[in-house]
Design a protein around this ligand. Structure first.
Ligand SMILES: [Zn+2]
Ligand SMILES: [Zn+2]
Length: 341
């Protein structure tokens, strides 16, 4: 059991608390289980209190002690071993959320973008849920999917829920954040296979992601075979929409407490390849389907990476993705990157 040692440069960084979290994740990825955090002596008491609070959130004690002297804020130490918290070149994350998500209370888009770029992510995409922008939070249960009249009613209002405000905000952020930060939406189906994006909102994005969070029209007591065929129908419909990426392709099943239909890996991989739509590697609360991605590579399906971060500290958490690419033998250079650099 080792300690994570934080240097004066790291604790002085505006990203310091996030870097503590990244150091723990890097240590775990390296197979270690750190048992305490060591802060440099003489920290400003308010800053020390913030680090103690973050360590407590992680369930670890935080003590003061001698820590290595390094000028690099992006290096922490696992005992004497330096942990470089920067990511390798060539990473493009197309899937992160913002404070506009229902569950995005712990994220600030500008902080998240700055942290991501500082850690070396080349393209940081934000793809907010279109439904979260249109509908109030109590629509989270996807009741709107079976209620096209409600959807159209929202679309007929000038603000379209919070969508018009979000579009204005994105427009104002683009010049501040520059071309390495891209803006898209994560879009579902509704009303028997329609794309849940108002005609006015089709344009203005760098890319769109499609997702099946809920399968339409299932009756209680549906069998696994009925659910699979309704899910596949929705995936097929979604692949005719103007999306570049299919988010978390098989996640519907584990989240619904159902067995994952492994026999559909190849048909879905083939459908994606034919549609020219990328399959997303997404580890967010997601049991991982390595064999599906193996089928994708055999079928020539493109692969895209998504953290699906809903809190700032999870932004740029791409170590699991790098491990997956390693297991697949896929070089980073072959994952989805911006068409225009
Ligand atoms: Zn999603
Ligand atoms: Zn998402």
């Amino acid at each position: 059991m080792d300690a994570i040692l934080l240097t004066p440069a790291l604790t002085a960084s505006p990203f310091g608390l996030f870097l503590l979290d990244k150091a723990l994740k890097a240590a775990h990825a390296a197979g270690a289980s750190p048992n305490r955090i060591v802060l440099p002596r003489g920290l400003d008491p308010a800053l020390r209190a913030r680090f103690i609070g973050e360590a407590a959130r992680q369930g670890l004690p935080c003590v003061e002690g001698p820590t290595p002297d390094s000028d690099d804020p992006f290096t922490a130490f696992l005992a004497e071993v330096p942990l470089d918290l920067r990511l390798p070149a060539g990473l493009h994350d197309w899937h992160a959320h913002t404070q506009f998500a229902y569950c995005g209370r712990g994220i600030d888009l500008q902080d998240a973008a700055a942290l991501s770029l500082a850690l070396g992510v080349e393209t940081q995409g934000f793809s907010e849920h279109a439904f979260a922008l249109y509908f109030p939070g109590d629509a989270l249960k996807f009741r709107w999917q079976g209620n096209p009249a409600f959807v159209e009613q929202v679309w007929a209002t000038p603000g379209r829920g919070r969508m018009a405000a979000y579009r204005e905000w994105v427009k104002s952020l683009r010049p501040l954040l520059g071309p390495r930060v891209r803006f898209g939406l994560e879009v579902d189906l509704f009303g028997g296979g329609r794309f849940c994006l108002a005609p006015e909102d089709l344009e203005g994005w760098d890319y769109l992601i499609g997702a099946v969070h809920e399968v339409e029209g299932l009756t209680p007591g549906a069998t696994q075979a009925e659910i699979e065929s309704a899910w596949l129908r929705d995936v097929e419909r979604l692949l005719t929409m103007p999306i570049a990426i299919l988010a978390h392709p098989f996640r519907y099943f584990p989240w619904a407490g159902l067995p994952v239909p492994r026999h559909l890996y190849r048909p879905v991989a083939r459908m994606l390849a034919q549609a020219g739509i990328a399959a997303e590697i997404n580890h967010h609360k997601n049991p991982f389907e390595l064999d599906f991605f193996r089928a994708c590579l055999e079928e020539g399906t493109r692969i895209s990476l998504g953290t699906d971060a809903h809190v700032t500290r999870d932004i740029a958490d791409l170590l699991p993705h790098l491990r997956t690419l390693d297991e697949l033998g896929l070089p980073l250079s072959e994952t989805l990157r911006p068409a225009i650099q």
